[in-house]
Design a protein around this ligand. Structure first.
Ligand code: FAD
Length: 372
């Protein structure tokens, strides 16, 4: 990067910004990632549970996007291990979705059918078969559906690895202060951004990517493109149990239980639309703990470790990936809501392709940010 001029400025160093930086840097484009926090990946991308779910979706083309991203994970995990010596703890643990009654069974079996039609494997299990796989599951379950392709990753390690890998290929990082303004120039009747203001200083680039999670809407508004991206608060409870009660990710009763490689177990997560409030509440923790114990009574004996909160970037029909209307050098990559960890690899690749070849390998048409 020349002093104060980068090829691409990426605003936001969460998992999405870092995945884009990693992809661009490998293509010999020099990005500068700017984050308001003192290190990258401290917001939703740190707080996430790290589930990579093959059944995250309902309507095409979203499932195709999820699947494409999930498929990138095994090789990306290996690549990051080689390049950065960081193990992102990608584990194909599968998800066991348990049901307690007929209505829940019907919903889950319908989901399993739709997944099979999209080429995923699923297995509907009786309660006995589920107990055989996971003996600590409640005796009240009526059955389960196994989604064997589901996996998990340690997202904080993933962000660190992506950032380290990007830096190794020439990306630069400026952390600790937010982008507060854009510098625009009118050219041939159109708008272009030429710089961003950080701590009173203008930093210039040819192209800009807004990857600021649930804060992205505030930035697009400064460019006179109102896009509603809301924070969706999620509370997680971390406990520890030895031996770990499960091998699989287990979900049911509106929550998931994730057994991590280090023996700790995540119980998550609430979905609350309460603005930018990051308070961990007793009620939020109670909901997770009550449902966790109903799924596996033994969890009542586990040791409480901590709770935390993160703000998912929610848009009604997301994610939003593409050029901002009215600008030919500003790209938005946000609104990944509950699946940003899953979708980070494909987002990095598609935005990398968009900016270098103009031809992403999957159409971004359905994900265009059109403003509201
Ligand atoms: C409790 C919880 C559980 C989740 N579980 C999962 C899961 O199991 N699987 C999954 O796939 N996804 C999960 N998610 C969702 C996932 O974490 C998010 O979709 C993803 O992290 C979004 O990444 P991001 O980079 O867009 O946003 P963020 O991680 O929020 O990053 C945005 C970055 O932009 C920076 N920023 C904002 N404004 C500015 C500015 N003006 N200037 C400079 N920097 C700025 C912020 O500091 C931040 O670092 C979960 C989320 C939560 C909260």
């Amino acid at each position: 990067m020349n002093r104060n001029h980068a090829d691409v400025i990426i605003i936001g160093g969460g998992i999405i910004g870092c995945a884009i930086a990693y992809d661009l840097a490998k293509r010999n484009v020099k990005p500068l990632v700017i984050d308001k926090a003192h290190t990258v990946g401290t917001e939703a991308s740190w707080a996430g549970a790290g589930i990579l779910t093959s059944h995250a979706s309902t309507h095409e083309p979203y499932p195709t996007l999820c699947r494409a991203s999930l498929e990138l994970y095994p090789s990306l995990a290996e690549e990051l291990r080689t390049e950065t010596q960081i193990d992102i703890e990608f584990i194909q643990s599968g998800t066991l979705s348990v049901f307690f009654n007929r209505a829940e069974a019907a919903g889950l079996i319908g989901l399993a059918d739709r997944r099979v039609k999209r080429g995923f494997s699923t297995e509907v299990l009786t309660a006995e078969q589920a107990w055989e796989l996971e003996p600590t599951l409640s005796k009240s379950i009526a059955g389960a559906v196994l989604f064997p392709e589901d996996a998990q990753v340690r997202n904080p390690k993933m962000v660190t690895a992506l950032a380290k890998g990007a830096a190794k290929h020439g990306a630069e990082f400026q952390v600790g202060n937010p982008v507060t303004d854009f510098v625009r120039a009118s050219e041939n009747g159109g708008n272009r951004v030429i710089g961003v203001v950080v701590n009173g200083e203008t930093l210039y680039a040819d192209t800009f990517v807004i990857a600021a999670g649930c804060w992205a809407g505030a930035l697009t508004a400064q460019l006179d493109v109102p896009i509603q991206i809301e924070p969706a608060k999620g509370q997680i409870v971390l406990v520890e149990a030895m031996p770990p009660p499960f091998k699989h990710i287990v979900d049911g009763l509106g929550i998931y239980v994730v057994p991590r490689a280090d023996g700790k177990i995540l119980l998550g997560a609430t979905v609350e639309f309460v603005g930018y409030d990051k308070t961990a509440t007793v009620d939020g923790a109670k909901q997770m703990i009550d449902a966790g114990i109903a799924i596996a009574p033994k969890l009542a004996d586990s040791t409480f470790v901590q709770t935390w909160v993160g703000l998912r970037p929610y848009v009604k029909k997301g994610p939003l990936l593409g050029y901002l209307p009215g600008y030919d050098n500003v790209v938005l990559a946000s609104g990944h809501f509950k699946n940003g960890i899953l979708l980070a690899p494909i987002t990095g690749q598609l935005i990398g392709e968009l900016l270098t070849t103009g031809q992403p390998s999957l159409s971004l048409e359905p994900f265009q940010p059109n403003g509201v």
